[in-house]
Ligand binder design. Structure first.
Ligand code: FAD
Length: 536
């Protein structure tokens, strides 16, 4: 972990940090409900604040549609300088106000909101910088890269880089998310086992810190800020630009799904496949995930329609027989040169896997179709008015050694017993050595850990049932000693945040003191709200 000091040194560091925080808390007691536009030297940006009811309403909602925090104003920047001026104004004010960058607002628990503060609408900047904020270049040391505005969408990064025959290597399942938003968490998908999360594929960033300073950080300079911001939940600065690693883009994808009734066999096969993971290792898979098929949800869900309709009855009867079927999902990319080998390579890789005979499915699709596979489901739900419903999601990481206990206690007990209709449930492993532990993102200690995602959609009147299930799952894990780390974390007490970050918590606090000492940024994460400040 980040701290390898002997225990006594650890406690001394802790003491120093707490002492410093007490002094910070003293300063931040000046928080009060002052009108934001008064007292501040913000003449040149004053026209960019908006507080009409519709704008405020939008900024107080997110994809989760459960938490609603009303800002005092929404800030629509025309440039990065505008954001610098805004943050500086708050930092220098006797009454600092909270500021949250809002990417797409695709968080599920109010993380991009700012109660009584200012929400920075990064979409305005995106429109403003349309076409000029994604630039592809090459460096003799690092190879090809794209300089990308933090407000940009990954789908646009994909299209722009493909014009050069290049693409990033690490993705999220859904591409209408912002670069700044996913880098503030980690950015994970089926490529993570081999290429690491998106935060492992950044060379450099421009960041506006909580002091309003515009700082370039990278492996070479301002390393502490670089590590802090990646996976830093928006706590240390606004990402204005990220330099993303690029590789030659493949053209097509062979996409395979295999069905299992035995969880142990399913995870053993997943783990075997992710053990072949060298970046340059041509025999490795390019993508691996897993999903649960249950009676509580449709066979083809909004995340991707894959199984032929003609096979639905026999898959349905398999589900009825076993209650839960585990679906292994893998992909191998190819292009004109490698097309002739791809079938053979997949065959070799999948040899010896113990899926249910006869339940092998494959598709050949374009690279863009594969990466953008969730979009058509989204558009369909939007057209039915079902995209903006509440989403009581729960995502976490689980050490490999505890995943079987998780299956029996959660999938096969809590989930089946509660029997509420379910959204997609994902379960797939990744390799810890593809993550950099100096970054803020918090992950389990074991070499291999699983991500599990309950991606529920609910009605407006029954999201509490899902919330109750989520809480039961977390309680079960806590009682059973299963060491889960929430991904896209949602904690509200200092104790929970301290547990979440574990040994990194002291570093996290120290970095906050250094880069956002007045605790201005991303208050919606509820790490440094007033209650927590008082608890210090
Ligand atoms: P927001 O929700 O707007 O912001 C998230 C946090 O980042 C907030 O604290 C905000 O203040 C901060 N922030 C935003 N922009 C910046 C910036 N430029 N600089 C600094 N801080 C900033 N995640 C995965 O890892 N893998 C997936 O496959 C995946 N699939 C998803 C599918 C769907 C349909 C949805 C809704 C979400 C998915 N996510 C996934 C989660 C997603 O990564 C998070 O919601 C993330 O927050 C990105 O969303 P956003 O860009 O809208 O950020």
């Amino acid at each position: 972990m980040a701290l390898n000091h002997p225990l006594s040194t650890y406690f001394i560091l802790l003491l120093i940090t707490i002492t410093r925080l007490i002094s910070i808390v003293g300063k931040t007691e000046q928080w009060k409900k002052a009108p934001i536009l008064q007292e501040l030297d913000i003449d040149n940006i004053s026209l960019k604040f908006h507080d009409d009811p519709e704008t405020i309403q939008i900024a107080s909602r997110d994809y989760g549609n459960i938490v609603h925090e009303f800002p005092r104003s929404v800030f629509r920047p025309s440039s990065i300088d505008d954001i610098v001026t805004l943050i500086k104004s708050s930092y220098n004010s006797p009454s600092p106000f909270h500021i949250a960058a809002r990417g797409q607002g695709h968080s599920t628990n109010g993380q991009a909101m700012a109660r009584e503060g200012v929400v920075v609408d990064m979409a305005t900047l995106r429109k403003q910088r349309n076409g000029v904020a994604i630039n592809v270049s090459k460096d003799p040391l690092i190879g090809h890269y794209a300089d990308v505005g933090g407000e940009q969408l990954w789908i646009d990064v994909l299209h722009s880089t493909l014009e050069h025959g290049l693409a990033p290597v690490s993705w999220t399942d859904y591409l209408y998310l912002t670069v700044g938003g996913t880098l503030s968490n980690a950015g994970i998908s089926g490529q993570s086992f081999r290429y690491g999360p998106q935060i492992s594929n950044v060379h450099e960033m421009d960041v506006i810190t909580g002091k309003g300073e515009f700082v370039t950080c990278s492996w070479q300079k301002n390393l502490e800020l670089f590590h802090a911001v990646l996976g830093g939940l928006g706590q240390f600065g606004v990402i204005a630009r990220a330099r993303i690693a690029l590789e030659p883009a493949p053209k097509r994808v062979k996409w395979v799904r295999l069905l299992y009734s035995d969880f142990s066999a399913f995870t053993k096969d997943q783990e075997r496949l992710i053990s072949i993971n060298g970046r340059k290792q041509k025999t490795a898979l390019d993508f691996l995930e897993g999903i649960l098929l249950m009676n509580q949800g449709p066979i083809n869900n909004w995340r991707s329609s894959f199984f032929p309709i003609s096979d639905h009855p026999r898959i349905a009867s398999l589900i009825t027989q076993h209650s839960i079927i585990y679906c292994l999902e893998v992909a191998k990319y190819y292009d004109d040169q490698t097309e002739k080998n791809v079938d053979k390579e997949i065959k070799v890789l999948l040899q010896g896997l113990v899926y249910i005979p006869g339940f092998y499915y494959e598709k050949n699709v374009s690279y863009v179709e594969f990466l953008n596979r969730v979009r058509s489901g989204e558009l369909k739900l939007q057209s039915q008015g079902l995209w903006d419903v509440p989403h009581p999601w729960l995502n976490f990481f689980i050490p490999k050694s505890q995943i079987l206990d998780f299956d029996s206690g959660v999938f096969r007990d809590i989930v089946l017993k509660r029997n509420i209709s379910s959204g997609p449930v994902l379960v797939y492993p990744m390799n810890r050595n593809k993550w950099d532990d100096r970054m803020s993102a918090s992950i389990p200690e074991e070499d291999v850990f699983y991500t599990v995602g309950f991606l529920h959609s609910s009605g407006f009147d029954n999201w509490k049932e899902y919330d109750a299930q989520n809480r039961e799952i977390l309680e079960f894990c806590s009682d059973a000693g299963i060491e889960v780390k929430q991904y896209l974390p949602n904690h509200t007490t200092q104790e929970d945040w301290s547990n979440h970050f574990g040994a990194k918590w002291v570093t996290f606090l120290e970095r906050k003191r250094q880069f956002d000492p007045r605790m201005i940024l991303s208050p919606g994460q509820k790490i440094f709200d007033k209650q927590l400040q008082q608890a210090f």
